[in-house]
Structures are given as C-alpha cells and as structure tokens.
Design a protein around this ligand. Sequence first.
Ligand code: SF4
Ligand code: SF4
Length: 211
Amino acid sequence: MLGEGIIKGMAETARNFLGSYVSDERLTTVQYPEERSPQIENARQFPFLVFDGNDPTKGLRCVACQICEKECPPKCIYIVKSKDKRPDYKGQMQLYPATFDIDLSVCMSCQICVEVCPFESIKMDTAYELSTSDRFGGLVMHKHQLAKPNDHYRKIHPTDAAVSDAALAAEIAKAQAKARADTEAKAKVAAENKTKAAAAPAPAAPVVATA
Ligand code: SF4
Ligand code: SF4
C-alpha cells in the first residue's frame, strides 16, 4: 500500500513519544554530546589500517598491492609503494606503503576497500567525531593516523575480528607447514646425494706408462 512505510514510521514515533513518559526503554534520544548511544557491532564509519604487535611501522599488514586504491569508487585512497621490502606476518618479504592516505571528506563509507583487501589490512572504524574547520586537507588522514592495532579491531568488531584472526592463523600455519616440508625435502635430497656419493665406485688409479 502506498505510504504504508510512512504510517508505520509515524506509529513507531508516536509509540516512543508516549511510551517515553512511562518507560526509559522508549527514550530513543540522548543528550549528545554529554551522552552517546552505544554503537552496534557492525556500525561502520571510515577505514583504518590494522597493525599487529606494538609497532605500527613494523606491524602494518598492508603490502601496498593497491587493489583498494583501484577499487575505491570515489578514488579517495592514495598509495605510494616502498622501494624496499620487509617481512610480513608470515615472514615473507613484502613491499609496504611508503605513503597511504585516505581523504575522509570524500570517502562514502562503502567498505569496498575492506571487501577487496586480500590481506585483512584495512577495516572500518566506528569513530565519527572527526569534524574540522579545515575543509582543504583537514580530513586527509595519513598512514600514521590510519594505523590502529588489531586489539582495536577486536574491541569494535569482535565477531569479524575473530574470523579475521582465524584466517590469518590458518595462513601462518600453512606457511609454517610448507617451510617445514621444504626443509625436510632439502635434507632428504642432501642425504640421498651423500649416500649415492658413498656408494659410487672409487675412480680407477691412473695407468703409468713404462718405457
Ligand atoms: S570506504 Fe569506500 S569510499 Fe571509503 S576509502 Fe573505502 S572504498 Fe573508498
Ligand atoms: S590495504 Fe589491502 S588492498 Fe589496500 S593496498 Fe594494502 S594490502 Fe592492498
């Protein structure tokens, strides 16, 4: 029925207005900024970069693959790759972002950057009190401002963070198993070569010509 949604909305508003005189549960507004409503777990505002450990410069998961930069619809991510490499969470040498900026004044909180990132490196934050009087660059967030620890992610999105942690733990276990298998294979080849060398007949003594 045309307008059914409006009628339902008005009925809910009336129920809350009248109910608020008798029940605190019907008080749907708070005295902001003195009070803040708790955010639901899947609330999302703007992206941040996850780092492991205590040092954002070493623990940043981002490997500067630039997929998020390419896929961001309003093109508000700017990345410059590093010239050198450093070990990632699996111990593999990877590039890292020398520059990673997001212009939050352009970001539309679509979360596409999060969906396309293959490395669990970028997630949506719940912080929203970011207003500034500087409209030209005041909301361009740089790498050091975007970097937040994995514990922050666990705190704001515990369910998603548990899935992410499990995926990374599985990747690390897989990488460690492969490294072990490679080491064992190399040791086996070396042992076989040694056995073959020991079993090979000794070279014949050179024949000395006599006059
Ligand atoms: S949330 Fe959307 S608009 Fe914002 S940086 Fe990510 S992809 Fe771009
Ligand atoms: S945040 Fe993810 S998708 Fe974006 S550059 Fe870093 S690793 Fe690649």
